[in-house]
Write a protein that binds this ligand. Structure first.
Ligand code: GLN
Length: 238
């Protein structure tokens, strides 16, 4: 028996999974296995109930209409909110990030209610933000510089009960006028980074695993991921 067993819940791949976001699931499974931590992954379609006993919940990006449908179903279901109350880890990308907040902009810019699990508010910006994004992560999270790909119309303001995940060095991120990217509160973290985010940022994957098991985990040889990171960082920062 291992108290470290991690249950990963991949929420609504039928609605929320763009730009390879499912790769985030694979990275968590693999990096946990290399530390001898067993995982179980549940891939949950949008007509299924969200179990409240997961350790890490993953949400990906999505087009405007699937995003609205996902928000409605998750609100109606209530399982994700119960899991957050019990201290589960949530990692959400783009549409998934926006729908964790109080509201986001629908396909005509209309305000759509979110889940209110993260103190952020999103609307539609004037221009689509498309391209590489690089940022320096909030010091207390102990995660190296992030690299990813963004493609969104939404702009996101962070409220007093959440903190900026990173400061943008290249790209747009939240587009809030403060140069911030993503937000987090407790163990709920959202970002505009696809890429997939955890493939390009193994340090971020390890933060989620540390949160899930509640202890430090040994480092891995990340030279291959390091090459990918270097290549991407050099492409945009030089
Ligand atoms: N539909 C949202 C937006 O355009 C999210 C897009 C995405 O997930 N890539 O802002």
């Amino acid at each position: 028996m291992s108290s470290d067993r991690i249950k990963i819940v991949w929420i609504y791949p039928d609605l929320l999974s763009t730009y390879g976001d499912q790769g985030n699931t694979i990275v968590l499974e693999r990096r946990a296995a290399l530390r001898g931590i067993p995982t179980e992954t549940v891939s949950l379609r949008s007509d299924e109930h969200v179990p409240a006993d997961g350790d890490i919940y993953l949400l990906g990006g999505g087009e405007d209409r699937p995003q609205i449908l996902a928000a409605q179903r998750l609100r109606g279901d209530g399982g994700l909110a119960r899991a957050v109350q019990s201290g589960a880890v949530v990692f959400a990308v783009c549409a998934g990030y926006q729908l964790l907040g109080h509201e986001f902009g629908g396909e005509e810019g209309q305000p759509v209610p979110g889940l209110g699990l993260l103190d952020i508010r999103s609307g539609r910006g004037e221009q689509r933000a498309v391209g590489e994004i690089v940022g320096d992560v909030a010091g207390e999270l102990n995660v190296p510089r992030i690299t990813g790909f963004e493609n969104h119309q939404g702009v996101t303001q962070i409220g007093p009960n959440a903190r900026p995940f990173a400061k943008v060095l290249h790209g747009v991120g939240n587009g809030d006028g403060n140069g911030f990217e993503g937000a987090y509160s407790g163990r709920v973290l959202g970002t505009y980074m696809h890429g997939p985010a955890l493939v390009r940022n193994p340090g971020l994957a390890d933060l989620l695993l540390r949160w899930a098991v509640g202890r430090d985990i040994p480092p891995l040889d990340d030279s291959w991921a390091g090459r990918l990171r270097e290549e991407r960082l050099q492409a945009v920062m030089s």
